[in-house]
Write a protein that binds this ligand. Structure first.
Ligand SMILES: [Zn+2]
Length: 379
C-alpha cells in the first residue's frame, strides 16, 4: 500500500479524525467521490520530524486523477488484527513509534474499538512515566464508552494511574468506580490508589534496574528513592518500599537514612534473609559493627547454604573484633562457593590478621581499601 508522508504540519492537521461516536464510516469505495475515477488505498502519516508534534496515521484513499483525499478507510478485520498484533509486538520490544503508528491507524479506523485505545494509552504512558499527556485520558474515556473489551480491569488501572501521575487520588478513585470490575478487585485497586501504589510501581521498577548497574546515574537513583519515600508517606508499613528505598539511599551515600529505613524493614520482616542482609550491611556502613552481628547471624540461620550471607557474617565478626570466628566463617563460605573472588580476598586478609601480620580493619571502607579485588561483601 502507498504511504503519503506529510511534511507540512498545517496540511496534516486538516485531515479530519473520526470521533468515536461516529461509528463505522467507509469500507469499500466504488470510485472517487468527486470525479468517479479509480481511487488508491493510502496510509497518511507525518514525517519523523513532525511525528512528535502531530502523530498522524490514518488510512484512506487518494484519487490519482483529481487528487481528492478520502478518509478514513474502514480496515477489514484481518487488517485490523494484523495491525493490533504489530502494535503489541512493537511495544513489547520498546519500538514505541512503530507501536503507536499501528495502534493509531486502528483507533482512527475503528474509533469505538476499546482494546486499541487501551493499548495506545498504555504505549503513550510507558514512554514517559513521569507525565501523562491529556490525549491519554481521551483514549481511555473513548475505551470506557467503546466496545470489544471483555475485562475492564486494565482500563480501570490505566485511568487511575493517569490521574495518580498528576497527584489526583480522588479522580483515580472516581475513575475506578466508573469501571465495571469484580467487587474484590475494585476494593484492591482503590486501596492501591489510596496508597499511591503508582509511586511504588514506578520507583521500584526504576531502582531494581539501577541496582543492577555498577554506577547508576545519581539523579535517577534519587528520583526513584523519592518516589518510594513519597509512597511510604501513604503506606509507612510497606516493607518492600523500605527495603528498596534503604538500598537506594545507600547508593546515594545517605548512610544514616539508609540504616533507619532498613531497620524499619527488618522490624516488619524479621524472618526475611534479604532484608536482614541489607540491614546488616547498612549497620556496617555506619560503623555499628556489633549491632550488625544479630541480623547477620539471623540471615545466615535462615539461609545457611547462601555463601554470600556467610561471608557477610564473617565481615561482621571481623569488624566486631573476632577475626578467628570470621576466618572460620570465610572458610565455610569458600566451601559453599569456591568461585567467589570476594570471599577469597577476604580470606587472604583474614589469614594476615590472624597471623598478626597486619592490624584488623575497623570499617567496611578499610576492608575494601586493603583488597586487591573491589568489595568483599555482596552489596
Ligand atoms: Zn477524483
Amino acid at each position: 500500500m502507498r504511504t503519503v508522508v506529510l511534511r507540512n504540519l498545517e496540511r496534516a492537521r486538516q485531515f479530519p479524525l473520526q470521533a468515536p461516536s461516529e461509528g463505522r464510516r467507509r469500507g469499500e469505495l466504488e470510485g472517487c467521490e468527486s470525479c468517479g475515477g479509480k481511487v488508491q488505498e493510502v496510509l497518511f502519516t507525518t514525517e519523523p520530524a513532525l511525528w512528535s508534534q502531530y502523530p498522524l496515521a490514518l488510512d484512506g484513499w487518494v484519487c490519482p486523477d483529481c487528487g481528492e483525499v478520502i478518509t478514513p478507510r474502514y480496515l477489514e478485520p484481518e487488517e485490523a488484527e494484523a495491525l493490533f498484533q504489530n502494535g503489541l509486538s512493537a511495544a513489547e520490544t520498546g519500538r514505541w513509534e512503530e507501536a503507536e503508528r499501528a495502534l493509531r491507524r486502528l483507533c482512527n479506523s475503528w474509533p469505538r474499538y476499546a482494546p486499541a485505545r487501551v493499548y495506545l494509552a498504555q504505549v503513550l504512558m510507558l514512554q514517559d512515566e513521569s507525565r501523562v499527556p491529556p490525549e491519554v485520558d481521551a483514549h481511555l474515556e473513548a475505551a470506557l464508552s467503546g466496545e470489544g473489551l471483555s475485562n475492564q480491569a486494565p482500563l480501570a488501572e490505566l485511568l487511575a494511574r493517569a490521574r495518580l501521575t498528576r497527584g489526583d487520588v480522588e479522580g483515580a478513585l472516581q475513575a475506578i468506580a466508573r469501571c465495571s470490575l469484580e467487587p474484590e478487585h475494585a476494593v484492591q485497586l482503590a486501596d492501591w490508589a489510596r496508597g499511591r501504589g503508582d509511586l511504588y510501581d514506578r520507583g521500584s521498577k526504576a531502582l531494581i534496574e539501577l541496582l543492577e548497574q555498577g554506577q547508576p546515574p545519581r539523579e535517577e537513583v534519587a528520583r526513584a528513592v523519592d518516589d518510594l519515600l513519597e509512597h511510604l508517606q501513604h503506606r509507612p508499613d510497606s516493607w518492600a518500599a523500605l527495603w528498596l528505598a534503604g538500598r537506594g539511599q545507600a547508593l546515594l551515600q545517605e548512610l544514616e537514612a539508609s540504616c533507619v529505613l532498613l531497620r524499619r524493614a527488618s522490624q516488619l520482616q524479621p524472618e526475611h534473609p534479604d532484608v536482614l542482609r541489607e540491614y546488616c550491611l547498612a549497620l556496617l556502613r555506619v560503623g555499628l559493627n556489633e549491632d550488625a552481628l544479630e541480623p547477620a547471624r539471623k540471615a545466615r540461620e535462615l539461609r545457611p547454604e547462601d555463601a554470600g550471607l556467610v561471608t557477610n557474617l564473617a565481615v561482621a565478626e571481623l569488624l566486631a573484633g573476632d577475626p578467628d570466628a570470621a576466618k572460620a566463617l570465610a572458610e565455610r563460605a569458600l566451601r559453599l562457593n569456591p568461585k567467589d573472588a570476594n570471599n577469597r580476598s577476604l580470606l587472604l586478609l583474614l589469614e594476615d590478621v590472624c597471623m598478626g601480620r597486619c592490624q584488623p580493619p575497623r570499617s567496611l571502607g578499610e576492608i575494601s581499601g586493603r583488597e586487591s579485588e573491589r568489595g568483599t561483601i555482596q552489596q
